[in-house]
Write a protein that binds this ligand. Structure first.
Ligand SMILES: [Zn+2]
Length: 238
């Protein structure tokens, strides 16, 4: 948010006062950015991470988790104090609220590492997409992972209930197109719907002009992922 305020300030400055003042203002802005960059680097060294490196970091963490070799990084009192000053998570995770799907645990990460957006069925509506926009454009995360999971209750509800009413409809209706897509495929309907839903919600995230611009500039990568509740393993879905 600070960056946006600064940009507006710069615009105002350019329009209303002279070039000398503009140079001074720009210098102040750059100094402030440098200070923030230093803070970010000190906090976690993620500033120069590429999108592919961010994804590798997640997958390596999941490998440790699956092999019961978690190292529980960034969970110390020191880390707590560090990130209290500012956050610069390296990845955003959009996943289900299911109590068995816990991003920091399954990716073996700690405080200030992941910007997590959760709801039943890992659906991407305006609130979730807005949160992800904040994660990548303001906080500087390098990757967005849209992660569904085995035996998802929200997906099962969408298959069972079909079109429904009440608050639950706001969840189920977002998953229904995935049910229809899955019906056209061979194999288990629930499994096919979970996969179709991951790809459907991922495509909705891609409709954000802010996010797609960052993807175009190779600053952010969006991937689909599937979490197996039984093995703890995360697999990429495309
Ligand atoms: Zn679920």
């Amino acid at each position: 948010m600070k960056n946006i305020a600064r940009r507006n300030f710069l615009k105002y400055t350019a329009a209303s006062i002279g070039t000398a003042s503009l140079i001074t203002a720009t210098h102040n802005i750059n100094s402030a950015s440098a200070r923030e960059k230093n803070l970010t680097a000190r906090v976690n060294n993620y500033a120069d991470m590429s999108p592919d490196e961010a994804i590798s970091e997640l997958m390596n963490g999941n490998k440790r988790f699956v092999e019961q070799k978690s190292i529980n990084p960034n969970q110390s009192r020191l880390r707590l104090a560090e990130v209290a000053e500012g956050q610069a998570p390296f990845a955003c995770i959009l996943t289900c609220s299911d109590s068995r799907v816990a991003p920091e645990i399954v990716f073996d990460r700690g405080l200030g590492d992941l910007f997590v957006v959760r709801d039943a069925g890992n659906i991407a509506t305006s609130g979730e997409i807005g949160s992800l926009e904040y994660g990548v454009s303001v906080l500087g995360a390098k990757a967005i992972v849209v992660m569904g999971h085995k035996n998802c209750g929200a997906v099962q509800a969408a298959i069972k209930l079909g079109s429904t009413s009440g608050f639950i409809a706001s969840i189920v209706n977002e998953i229904l197109p995935a049910v229809e897509m899955a019906k056209e495929k061979d194999g288990e309907l629930i499994q096919n719907t979970i996969t179709a839903n991951i790809l459907l919600q991922k495509s909705k995230v891609q409709t954000s002009p802010i996010i797609s611009q960052l993807v175009k500039e190779n600053k952010v990568k969006i991937i689909g992922a599937y979490y197996d509740l039984e093995t703890g393993k995360v697999d990429l879905v495309s």
